[in-house]
Each structure stands twice: as C-alpha cells, then as structure tokens.
Design a protein around this ligand. Sequence first.
Ligand code: 5AD
Ligand code: SF4
Length: 441
Amino acid sequence: MGKRYYIKTFGCQMNFNDSERIRGILRTLGYEPAERWEDADLILLNTCTIREKPDQKVLSHLGEYKKIKERNPFALIAVSGCLAQRAGWELVQKAPVIDIMFSSFNIHQLPDLINQAQAGYKAIAILDQPPEDEDRLWNFPTERDNPYCAYVTVMKGCDKNCTYCVVPVTRGRERSRSLESILEEVRRLVDDGVREIHLLGQNVTAWGRDLEGGQSFAKLLYRIAEIEGVERIRFTTGHPLDLTDEVIKAMADIPQVCNALHLPFQAGSDRILSLMERGYTKEFYLERIHRLREAVPDVALSTDVIVGFPGETDEDFEHTLDVVAIVRFEQIFSFKFSPRPGTPASEMENQVPDEVKTRRMSELLALQKSIMSDIAKSYEGTEQEVLIEEMRDTDTLIGRTTTNRWVSVRGDERLLGKIVKVKVRGSSPFNMEGEVVEVVK
Ligand code: 5AD
Ligand code: SF4
C-alpha cells in the first residue's frame, strides 16, 4: 500500500491554504490522505502562534502523535507554519520527536526534507528570510475539499508593524505574487468547477505595491473578474489604511465582488491605536466604513478586536464598544491581548489583568449579541443569492449568501454548485433557512 499522510491545521485561512498546497505536494510524492493519524506514515502539524493558546495545543498534540512511532517506527512527524518559524530549534528541544520542520517560507522544499528525514537525519529548515526560489511553491497544485469555493493566496507577509503582532516575524515582509501566476491559478480553478475565488493575504489590500508596472489590489480585482466563470470574489484580510477609494470603487463596480468585508479595527481608542501602531484613528476607521457603505450600501462587515491591550483603561475600552455600536458588524472576532515573545507590546508597562480582560470581553459579547440578533431578524422575508456548497442531509443543502451567511434549503444534489435565489423564512445569528425560488446560474 502507498504512503499516507495526516495533516492537522491551526490558525488562519492562509495557513489552511498552505495546508492545501502541502497536500498537493504530498500527492505529487505519491502520498494519500489518511482518515486517522494512527494510520499515517507522515503526520504534519501546520501551526499558528498568533496567541498563546495555539502554541500550547501544538505541544499537547505532539505528545499524543509521538505514539505513532511505536506502531510504525518509520513514521515521520513534521511541524510547519508560524510556530515552527518563531520557535525553531527551541521547539525541537522541547519535542525531540519532530523529524521535519519548515515554515511558510520554504513549503516547496518539503520533498527534499522528507528525503533527508527518511535517511535518518533531522530535517529542520528554518530560514531567516524567504528564499529566492520561494515562488516555486505556486507550481504545485492545491488539493481542496470544497469543489466550488477556493482560496488563492496572492501575497505573503506584512509590512505593518503592529506592536502586538508576531506575523512580521513568522511570515516576513510583504511579497506580492505575480499577476500572471495568480490569474493562471484562477483560470485553472474555474476550469475545475470553482465558482467562488477567495483571495488571501495577511494584508491583502496591499497587493501589488512591491510589483513593477503600477499594480494595485483594485486592478487585481478587475482582472480576476474578467475571467469567465468567476462568479464570486472575496478577499481577506484588509487593513483600514489600504482600503483606498480605488478599492471601494472596485467593490462597488464589480458585480462578482461579494457584499462582505472583514476589516479589523482592533481598538476604538486613539491612544490604544497609537500604542498598537495601527496608523489610523477611530475617526479615520469610521470614515472609511462610511465611504464604503455609501458605495456598497448593504455590505456586511466583520472585524477583529483585541481586548485588554497594555494600558487599556475602562474609558479606552468604551471607545471600542462605541465603534461596535456605530458600525453594527455582522460578526466580531474578539481576542484577549496575548503577549507574544519578541513583540514590543509584550514588554509594555501596565499589562491588563486577566479578570479585567474577561469582564471587558463579556461586555463586548453582550453588546454584539444584541446587534447580531437584530441583523439576523432583518434577513427574514428577504431574497438572497446563495451559492450552494454542500449536502447537509439527503434533502437539505447549505450555502452562503454574498454577505457570508450560511443558509439551509431543501433540495437535492442537482443544486450543488448552483447560485440560487433564496427566500429567507427564518433567521437567527448563526442559522438561516429558506426556500429556493429560482436557480440563477
Ligand atoms: N493578542 C491577541 N490578539 C491578537 N491578534 C493578533 N495578535 C494578537 C495578540 N498578540 C488578533 C488580531 C488579529 C487577529 C488575527 O488576531 O485581532 O486581527
Ligand atoms: Fe497564525 Fe498569524 Fe500564522 Fe495565520 S499568519 S497561522 S494567524 S500566526
């Protein structure tokens, strides 16, 4: 029997897409997926280190996975991704069971690393900088579970220096993928039956700045929309400073761009925003949202918020609540500030005690809960365009609105991959159901 792999992925959508690419590489090496880690010849943990919790989870998983060596002495254990990049050899010392380690800089070297490890060496390749031949990664196809919606990484790294964030360390500085390489992948995906393209980058709206020939993210959107078969376009994550009028105009002009935007604001207080070095004020953020809503009136907004950044007072936190109340996001991802090694904020004075973070977090969640239930109600009775993605039951399917809400409808597998018009009957914050009134395409 051929070799089998098992991948466990932590973290963001970019990491998820890296895992899809890793699966593609493993396929070219003749590996097949295993359902359970116990049956694998290669176990890979693709890690995240954005906050402390994911770090701890990786160590506990390694503790479990090392039992594989008792069953299969030739089995290999690999760790990739952001924790690998940040912790390097320190991690191998803590968990000597690791055979292979690499980061998002050198995923394309995986075939060589597997060879080295099979020859009995520890294959630890953690680089300070992305290597020159990093773009070889794009030559490998991704392997995806969702046939209709695909992630496409268009840039890596981040040039902002938010004082809490470990990403510039783990993913390096901004590198845009070339326009041709992106368009080629999108064409391939569409030929494969994909209808929704989800562009990814730590700071996706900054795409093109480091490329020649006056490229910009807005221009990229237009080029992707020209490709026949691209029915929907999403992108994550934008930075408020890069949400230019040009990008807003493209969102309004291009029918395929979904009515949804994830735009982290992180904190409402100007003092905290400045300690975070986010480069904007509360007023600037609200002005961008206002401009966007003028151009795309029913755009659904989501955001990230950090609670309890060093020095945050109750008064500062009021400004965060204020932004939430004004903007009325469909969804908020809120995180307690977590000091990351090597970041300026981890050494700042006036760290906020955990009980205060917990209290503020529950205030934020209570406010958001009431906003979400109002928003959910406002969908009732409306008609929404939905891309049907999955069978849930023999007679029920689920899909997403362009505003990124899941809806369940009755029907059979003929609806899979179709864009349909749905009349919404019931809607609560995390559930929505309706009936198909028309198959659009
Ligand atoms: N502590 C808490 N949350 C963080 N994030 C990033 N770094 C930290 C940190 N040190 C959050 C931000 C970011 C999201 C992906 O994770 O809100 O947008
Ligand atoms: Fe985690 Fe950030 Fe790395 Fe994504 S880029 S995996 S969120 S540390």
